[in-house]
Design a protein around this ligand. Structure first.
Ligand SMILES: [Zn+2]
Length: 57
């Protein structure tokens, strides 16, 4: 799933055999959630709750 119009790319994969969504933000942070609404809420909340790799914390 992408949203290239703004140059920000999101990826959401459904883990096979589970109810778990695995999302990757354009910033590199990763998140898992069972609820698609929760997943999108997390993505749209960027950078709150995001922990991009290589950014110190
Ligand atoms: Zn992010």
């Amino acid at each position: 799933m992408t949203a290239a119009r703004t140059g920000e790319v999101y990826r959401v994969d459904w883990l096979p055999g589970t109810d778990v969504l695995h999302g990757t933000c354009h910033c590199g942070a990763e998140h898992t959630a069972e609820d698609p609404v929760a997943m999108w809420a997390w993505m749209l909340a960027h950078p709150d709750g995001h922990d991009p790799r290589g950014n110190g914390s």
